[in-house]
Design a binder for this molecule. Structure first.
Ligand code: H2U
Ligand code: ZN
Length: 346
């Protein structure tokens, strides 16, 4: 695909359009590539709220944990017992509210303050995946939890409040906006085509090849045809399954492998610890089978041209429609050309 003129692409998962302006980015790499000096964090930081043995902001002391560590968020955006409150919004009101009971947790990747996903061993990343899986299972089983969002905010640029590598889980009662859009799109394809949207999409992407970044037996990482963020990646399960809880041990190993490889490429792009939001889109846990749902992860990284030049989603994007200059194909080519050996280990 070498469209050289402004065009729109349709996102099959959200059913929204993105404007692509390739003519503005013919020379995307020739500009100055600035390097920032990121200080090497220590293995243990006595002032860190998440390190083993330290007191958290709320005063609770962390255990001397090794491996992963899960705790209820001390400043949770959701509370489990909201449902008990009465709600009486009249159906025709313009001021609609509904209660949203939920649970927020924090998952530290390891006891090490200084090791991000690509710097952990494959076994350690697999342990993180097992923890996310256990949490999805445990939280998803609860009556009032119908969706479990696992995500990682990485880097100060993404609003991450603590450098200790960690992720968050927000388990909620209602299907939130983004998974709701994806549910509608997947359900529509399932009913209209009698097939899975992402199975069909992945087969086509593998055949075309131009947006693939990394793959293994069970997962494929690619820059989606409809990517909004410059170096956005979607990781799609090669076999149809709905959630982390559906993965067998080999698939957990494969997911750990692909996450390490994608994040190593990201870090190598500008030789910095690359900021992003990562999240899994899993089938709702509302008791329905959700055969239409295909398990996948999104990486949304903000950086565009260098360690310091980010893409702003402002102006036209805020008021009209998402837009990009660099094409998804150019981004994939750039990411494909990078080493999977982390730059700090060379
Ligand atoms: P982010 O860096 O992605 O914001 O995640 C950190 C989370 O950890 C954040 O939601 C919680 C914050 O509320 N937190 C605690 O629960 N206890 C602490 O002592 C520090 C941070
Ligand atoms: Zn720490």
């Amino acid at each position: 695909m070498s469209l050289d003129y402004p065009h729109r692409r349709f996102n099959q998962l959200t059913r929204e359009w993105v404007l692509v302006s390739p003519h503005r980015a013919r020379r995307p790499w020739l500009g100055q590539v600035e390097k920032t000096s990121q200080a090497d964090p220590p293995a243990y930081d006595p002032g860190c709220y998440l390190c083993p043995g330290n007191a958290r902001a709320g005063g609770v002391k962390n255990p001397d944990y090794t491996g992963t560590f899960v705790f209820d968020n001390d400043f949770a955006a959701l509370l489990p017992d909201t449902q008990s409150e009465t709600h009486d919004t009249p159906p025709d009101s313009l001021f609609v509210t509904e209660p949203e009971p939920g649970i927020c947790r924090v998952v530290c990747f390891s006891s090490r303050h200084d090791l991000t996903l690509p710097e952990l061993s494959p076994a350690e990343v697999k342990e993180v995946i097992r923890t996310w899986t256990d949490q999805t299972h445990e939280l998803g089983q609860r009556d009032f939890i119908n969706y479990v969002q696992v995500f990682e905010n990485k880097g100060a640029m993404m609003g991450c409040s603590n450098p200790h590598p960690h992720s968050q889980i927000w388990a909620v009662n209602h299907l939130p906006n983004e998974p709701q859009k994806e549910y509608q799109a997947q359900q529509r394809h399932w009913l209209n085509q009698n097939a899975c949207l992402l199975c069909d999409y992945l087969a086509e992407e593998i055949q075309r090849g131009e947006r693939i970044v990394a793959e293994n037996r069970d997962f494929t990482a690619l820059v989606p045809f409809w990517a909004v963020w410059p170096f956005e990646i979607i990781v799609i399960a090669n076999h149809h399954c709905g959630a982390l809880t559906d993965l067998n041990v080999l698939e957990q190993t494969a997911l750990a492998d692909i996450l390490r490889r994608v994040t190593a490429r990201y870090d190598n792009l500008f030789e910095i610890s690359f900021p992003y939001s990562l999240g899994f889109h899993q089938a709702p846990t509302d008791g329905h089978p959700h055969e239409e749902w295909h398990f996948h992860a999104h990486f949304y990284p903000p950086l565009l041209r260098s360690a310091t030049v980010k893409k702003f989603m402002v102006g036209y994007e805020m008021l009209a429609e998402a837009q990009r200059d660099l094409t998804p194909e150019q981004a994939a080519e750039r990411l494909r050309g990078l080493s999977e050996v982390h730059y700090t280990a060379r």
